[in-house]
Design a protein around this ligand. Sequence first.
Ligand code: PMV
Length: 326
Amino acid sequence: MTRQKFVDQLLKRAKSKPETRGEAFAPANIALCKYWGKRDTELNLPVNSSLSISLGKLGTRTVVKFAKNADRIFLNGKRAPKGFAVRLSDYLDLFRKKGLFFEVRTKNNIPTGAGLASSASGFAALIQALNELMGWKLSRRELSMLARIGSGSAARSLCDGFAVWHAGQRPDGMDSYAETVDGAWPELRVGILEVSARRKKTGSTEGMNRTRETSELYEAWPAQAACDFDELRAAIAAKDFSMLGKTAENNALAMHATMLAAWPPLCYWKPQSVSLMQKVWEVREYGFELYFTMDAGPNLKLLFLKESQAAVRKLFPKVQIVKPFG
Ligand code: PMV
C-alpha cells in the first residue's frame, strides 16, 4: 500500500471544518526498547514493538496556517534549510488538495538532528497542528498513525509519560500506533549528555535498512526486543528502577551491536560517547544506580532517580536533567 492510500483511508472518516490556524506542542521521546528495523518501508511499519518515555517540556511547538502560492517553512524563527523544508513539504503533499499551501512555523527546544529525536516531536506537533487547522477532529490513535508516516518514532510523541508503539501485524498498518502506558513515575530522571549536535551522516532509515539487510546479528534482534518490551512493562508496573535501567541499557547496546555487525559497518559513537559509557559502568561498580540509553547518534541519555540527581550533576557537570513527569 502507498502512503497516499493509507492517508486517504484514514482521512475518509475525518470531518472538514478548516480554521485559520492550528497550533500544537509535542514532546521528544527516548526509546527504552528501541524501534530498529522496518517490516514495511513505505508505511514505516516496524519489525518490533517499542516503548519510550516522553521528555515533558522538551520538544517541538508548531503553528500551521494556509499560505498563498507555495509552502513557507520556518525552523526556529528562520527560513528552514532546504533538506528540512523538502521533507516537510513532501509530508504535507499527502494532505493537500491541488493549490493548497501551508505556512509552517516550527520551534525546537532540542538540537535538530542530533539523535535526540527532534523529527519525532516535529512530525507529532505538525500533524496535531494540521488536525486543528483542517478541523479533522481525528483521534489520538489516528494522529499517531499519521505521525508515524512522517517518522516512525513520531508515533510515540503523541503521548506523555511512557508510551508503547504496537508493531501490529496488518499489511495496511492500521494496527500500528502508540498509546500511553499507565504509570506515572515522578522520581524518574533523564539526563542528556550531548556529545555532538551535528547532523548525523547516516539517517535512521538508511541505518535500519542496512542493518536488516547485512548484519548477521539482526536475526537475534526481534526476539530480544520482544523480551525487553515485556520486561520494561513489568518494571514500570512494579516501579523497579534497576530492572528498567538494566533492560533499557542492554536493549540500546544490543541495537548498536547489530549496527556494528552491518556492512559497511555503522557506528554512531564518538570517542567521547565511549568514555562516558565507561564512566557510567565504573560508577555502577560502586553500587550507584545509573544507566544510559543511546539512539542513532553519539549522545547519551542517562537514566536515574531523583535521589541520585546531585551526584549525577557532580559526575557530569554538563548534564541537562529532564523530569519526564513534571
Ligand atoms: O523515527 P526514526 O525513523 O527517526 O527512527 C528512530 C530510531 C531510534 O531512535 C534509533 C530508535 C527509537 O525507537 O527511537
